[in-house]
Each structure stands twice: as C-alpha cells, then as structure tokens.
Write a protein that binds this ligand. Structure first.
Ligand SMILES: [Zn+2]
Length: 138
C-alpha cells in the first residue's frame, strides 16, 4: 500500500461525509498492521456534541475489528491541506505512536509527517503502564 493508494481511499471516503451543518467534508484512510485499510468520513449530528471526525471513524472501525496498530493514515478535506484536530492526534497516538500521517489535497499534492511532529512530547499508554499504583493505595 503506497501513499497514493491510501490517499485515493481517503478521497473516496470523503464522498460519504455527512455534513449538513458545516458543509466541510473530510475523509480518512488508515493502514493497519496487517496492511488492511479502513476508511472513514466525518459525521455531523444535529445536537453537535456526538459529531465525529473522519480520522476517528476510520480508526474506531479498525479497532472494533481487532486491529490495534496504525501504520499510516491519509487525511483529505475541503481545505487545501486538512490537518487532524487535537482529539484525533491523540487517538492516532493511542494506536500509532510511530504512524505516518499523510495530509493530502490529492494524489499528487500531499505532505508526509510522523505523528511525533504533529503531537510532540505526547502522553500515551506507556505513561499509564509505568505509573505506580502502589502510591495510590495508601
Ligand atoms: Zn478530529
């Protein structure tokens, strides 16, 4: 799976965006550890709070099918280069500390980052694994 194919999948997912309020379409395609691709779009809800981003839709679909390691994610949106929001950066971090993040306009125009560049000095699962629960038992 190369970057361009992942971007193509994200572009197709973007077509499914349910955005009656903002009109801002986003698509994402996530490449998991077994090289299977899961796609997602943003989905807006009338009461706003339940609204979910394309990146989380894609990742949660993968996780719900037992995949736990993000190798790469491609993101496309209605702005020239649509970056993931802070919440989605944290979700990518949870399942892909070393993930490649592809911010694309189309298959010819895209930027490639490592998650660490977009979410430096991050908090993650290792922090909780290394915490001392004994101190809290006092
Ligand atoms: Zn987001």
């Amino acid at each position: 799976m190369n970057d361009k194919k992942l971007i193509k999948a994200a572009l197709e997912a973007k077509e499914m965006a349910h955005v009656p309020y903002s009109g801002f379409h986003v698509g994402a395609a996530v490449l998991m550890e077994d090289d299977k691709v899961y796609t997602g779009c943003n989905i807006e809800i009338a009461s706003y709070s339940p609204t979910i981003c394309a990146e989380r839709t894609a990742i949660f679909k993968a996780v719900s099918e037992g995949k736990k390691k993000v190798k790469a994610i491609a993101i496309v949106g209605d702005s020239k280069h649509t970056y993931p929001c802070g919440v989605c950066r944290q979700v990518i971090r949870e399942f892909g500390k070393d993930a490649k993040v592809i911010i694309a306009n189309d298959e010819q125009d895209y930027l490639v980052y490592q998650l660490e560049e977009l979410l430096p000095h991050s908090f993650g699962p290792e922090d909780l694994a290394n915490s001392s629960r004994e101190e809290e038992d006092v």
